[in-house]
Design a protein around this ligand. Sequence first.
Ligand SMILES: Cc1cc2nc3c(=O)[nH]c(=O)nc-3n(C[C@H](O)[C@H](O)[C@H](O)COP(=O)(O)O)c2cc1C
Length: 246
Amino acid sequence: MLTKKWKCTVCNYIHVGDNPPDKCPECDYGPEVFELLGEIELSTSPEEQKAIRNALFKIQYGLFMVGSAKDGKINGQICNTVFQITSSPVRVAVGINKNNLTHEHITASGSLSICILSDDCLDIVSRFGYNSGRNIDKFEGIEHSLTQLGNPVIKQSIAWFDCKVEKSIDLGSHTLFIVDVISAQDTGEQGATTYERYRELKNQDKEKATGDKWECVVCQHIHVGEKPPEKCPICKQGPEKFKKIG
Ligand SMILES: Cc1cc2nc3c(=O)[nH]c(=O)nc-3n(C[C@H](O)[C@H](O)[C@H](O)COP(=O)(O)O)c2cc1C
């Protein structure tokens, strides 16, 4: 049996079904942001697919900013797929989509940084998780420094690692980078946030704003006021990218 494969153009979430979903489960955008990737042979029923999707949402993750550099240009992206594999050597796995600029940087430099984020992460996730460094300088106005290997780390992180790529595993759409930790700093008192906590905070943020609410369709920044802003403070897009949400 054939069905269709769709990609959310905002967060790269992949949906399988005859139609795009009413709402992206990762970034909450509607069916209009989904692009058709093609038809695929369906080996499991739609009910089983749904059960798999729901079960996947019960896996817990941390939330990180992965920094990278190439030819003197720095970049960073949000990543939830970071986990420690071994203690000796200290080895971590990082899953990165091949379309991302971060992927290009890591492949070229053979290194990356990992910043652990706290609950105070909404603006950082909007800036680094919903824009590509191909379009904006994500570090503009963000306090940061460079590690020994030249990778950017943000002041707002509660700890960071500087890592060398030991092995790259090709997984189709993504590469799993197996990295060795070269140095680290424990920089903050706060605890680490989780992907689930971030989603809760994002929803609370949307609900608490009073007055007319405008959402930037690029980075999900919420603006409150009679009109959309001249420029999104997070991703620098103009007022035409804001939609009224309440
Ligand atoms: C909450 C959240 C989690 C994400 N997790 C991952 C991830 O694990 N791996 C990945 O490749 N992209 C992930 N992304 C998407 C990238 O951060 C996003 O595509 C980014 O714009 C890529 O930027 P770049 O092109 O500058 O590298 C995540 C985004 C968000 C908002």
